[in-house]
Write a protein that binds this ligand. Structure first.
Ligand code: 4NP
Length: 150
């Protein structure tokens, strides 16, 4: 799961998916990272932590880190939050196979017209983070439907 700062959207996506997957006893390895190292080593944004807590999910175990080229070879799938992230992560791909791993997370909901998950960093109040939560909740349900065997 990849966004710009790895303190708002991708930690939420990581937390939601891990929460759902752990109930299914799946062996997926899930992580998140940022296209920037602006917040390296920091906890998720307090507003993201609060939003996730309202939905019963703790993400305080997470720390921000920048994505590496190693992530592109190690992980099977790379989900990015918006088109700017898509551009930046695709620039890092070394092979066609790595390029093919990268997609917009909302493509899981609408493959033809995937929305960007809006950056909630500048939002005031809870609504921006709630919108992100609701979008990622839908997208992660679809990812599980698509990739977890019955
Ligand atoms: P994120 O949000 O990409 O969802 O983690 C942001 C966090 C920090 C900044 C931008 C977006 N920033 O410019 O510091």
């Amino acid at each position: 799961m990849v966004c710009l700062g790895n303190i708002c959207r991708s930690p939420m996506a990581h937390g939601i998916l891990l929460h759902k997957i752990s109930k299914l006893k799946s062996d997926w390895e899930i992580d998140s990272a940022g296209t920037s190292g602006y917040h390296q080593g920091e906890l998720p944004d307090r507003r993201a932590i609060a939003c996730m807590k309202r939905h019963g999910i703790d993400i305080t175990y997470q720390r921000s880190r920048p994505i590496t080229v190693g992530d592109l070879s190690y992980y099977d799938r790379i989900f990015v939050m918006d088109r700017s992230n898509l551009h930046d992560v695709c620039e890092m791909a070394g092979t066609e196979a790595e390029l093919e791993k990268i997609s917009l997370i909302m493509g899981a909901v609408d493959e033809q017209h995937p929305e960007d998950v809006p950056d909630p960093w500048y939002s005031t109040g809870e609504q921006g983070f709630e919108t992100v939560y609701e979008m990622l909740d839908r997208a992660t349900d679809k990812l599980i439907e698509k990739y977890v065997p019955e």
